[in-house]
Write a protein that binds this ligand. Structure first.
Ligand code: FAD
Length: 471
């Protein structure tokens, strides 16, 4: 009966026709609400599964070819750090275990000094870890799971070119055949990434807030190969960081025992992408600042010259729901990658959107609650990600900061039941990002005060810690 109340006008008309002829239960699929999902990336393919489970008929239209038919060399694809929020979202559709099976846990960060000295800092306590996963493999696992549901239909090589937000119509062009199709459904979800076609239509509606800002740094990917005997060339269970002030490099391990390195660097200036071009310049730059990594990169010169420099953008907008269309993932909140949270945040969107549908039933009402609940959290992680760039780039080599980190880690270790660092709240919990931002900032301030004003041995005293941090 509840489902009957939710059917659309067309559905009701069809239901009337059908129910005169056949038993109702056999025909509920005919009156399911339909969703056109633009973009079958990480958020799109996951939310499709959530919606299908909830009884929606979902059609995914993805611009690229089906990744399952494109060969992905083992471990050669870009990797991402998956943490608790993402795992929670995957768990709800039964995929977490399969994804973690292929993942490499990274319980801490390994800092590389210019002299090649190593310093390890655990991220959390009790072996808490973020996980290196291959973006392509994860996307394939999600598309596969979506495919297993009879209510999800996938259409590849289909680029969205136009959207009618009020009448819920999307137009797509097939990049292989040139064919154009018009698709009408009950609702539209824009999971089409940072340069979303759905959002760009929203941007032309009245009072739509929108901002995009680029960092002055871009990024380039390089590879550290396995050793000649096929082993990892560095500690595999760590996220490696080479902090160098205005620029830095990081490396995440791959299952084939290579590492994907990402060099973040300004476009301009002496140590900027624009000015490092020739073999001599590349080798001089890399040997000066990342000397310990150069012998591990046999294809350094080829990679450096062939791999493009990617841009890093922060996108903020509001509302996320206009007419019959709603945004999800990077389409409404692209963030810089320095907290490793863009995908995790996009996956958390899926959980919240599903929870709102559960709570409110009606799609339009649910979408209003979804955007209201998610927006402050998306803004908070966007800010945290920008802050973490500074922390990773400038501070992880700074003595004062390293001491602060040690005191913070000791407090976490001694009192895991009452104290969590900001990193733990963001990466190892489902505490709303906004709360992690506010609480984390306050805790940081109190730790610096503690170091300046109090004998640090006091941190062993739980009562003192409780009082000091107002817990
Ligand atoms: P996307 O993954 O971009 O998917 C959008 C999909 O829409 C794509 O498949 C695209 O082909 C499709 N599409 C686009 N336009 C159209 C159209 N017009 N018609 C049809 N289809 C369309 N996040 C983490 O959590 N951890 C990390 O460690 C991490 N590292 C990162 C490192 C880098 C260098 C970068 C750039 C990002 C990183 N991120 C990380 C962020 C993460 O990649 C994104 O937040 C995540 O991919 C967002 O998922 P999405 O589905 O919203 O968008």
């Amino acid at each position: 009966i509840l489902q009957l109340y939710q059917v659309s006008t067309i559905g009701l008309f069809r239901l009337k026709q059908i129910s005169n002829k056949k038993p109702l239960c056999l025909n509920l699929t005919h009156i399911m609400r339909s969703v056109t999902l633009v973009g079958g990336g990480l958020a799109g393919s996951l939310v499709a599964v959530y919606l299908a489970k909830r009884g929606y008929e979902v059609n995914i239209y993805e611009r690229r070819p089906d990744m399952r038919n494109v060969e992905i060399p083992a471990g050669r694809s870009i990797n991402l750090a998956l943490s608790t929020r993402g795992i929670t979202a995957l768990n709800k559709v039964g995929l977490a275990e399969a994804v973690l099976d292929k993942a490499i846990p990274m319980p801490g960060r390994m800092m590389h000094s210019e002299a090649g000295e190593l310093a390890y800092q655990p991220y959390g306590t009790d072996g808490q870890a973020i996980n290196s996963v291959s973006r392509a493999h994860l996307n394939v696992q999600l598309l596969q799971l979506a495919d297993e549901n009879e209510h999800v239909h996938q259409h590849f090589n289909m680029r969205c070119t136009k959207v009618d937000l009020d009448n819920s119509i999307c137009w797509f062009t097939n990049s292989a055949t040139g064919e154009k199709v018009e698709v009408k459904s009950d609702y539209i979800l824009g999971g089409d990434g940072a340069f979303s076609a759905v959002r760009s239509k929203m941007q032309r509606t009245p009072r739509f807030d929108y901002s995009q800002s680029y960092t002055k740094s871009g990024y380039k990917e390089l590879t550290i190969e396995p050793t000649s005997d096929g082993e990892f060339a560095m500690e595999p269970n760590a996220l490696h960081i080479w902090p160098r002030g205005s620029f830095m490099m990081i490396a995440l391990p791959n299952p084939d025992k290579s590492f994907t390195c990402t060099l973040f660097m300004p476009y301009e200036g002496a140590t900027g992408f624009d000015n490092i071009n020739t073999d001599e310049e590349i080798l001089h730059f890399m040997n000066t600042y990342f000397g310990d990594s150069v012998p591990l990169m046999p294809a350094l010169l080829e990679d450096f010259k062939a791999n493009p420099v990617g841009d890093l953008v922060t996108v903020r907008c509001f509302p996320w729901n206009v007419g019959k269309a709603t945004l999800i993932g990077d389409a409404c909140h692209a963030i810089v990658p320095f907290y490793g949270q863009g995908m995790n945040c996009a996956f958390e969107d899926c959980v919240e959107l599903d929870a709102c549908l559960e709570e409110f039933g009606d799609w339009d009402i649910a979408m209003k609650h979804y955007e209201k609940r998610r927006k402050p959290n998306a803004d908070a992680i966007a800010d945290l990600a920008l802050q973490n760039f500074i922390e990773m780039r400038d501070l992880v080599g700074d003595e004062k900061f390293l001491h602060y980190k040690k005191v913070e880690h000791d407090i976490c270790d001694l009192h895991p039941d009452i104290f969590q660092s900001q990193y733990e709240m963001v990466s190892f919990s489902n505490i709303p990002y906004k709360e992690a931002l506010d609480k984390g900032a306050e805790n940081t301030r109190r730790i610096y005060d503690l170091i300046a004003e109090v004998n640090e041995d006091k941190i062993t005293d739980k009562a003192f810690v409780k009082e000091w941090f107002d817990l």
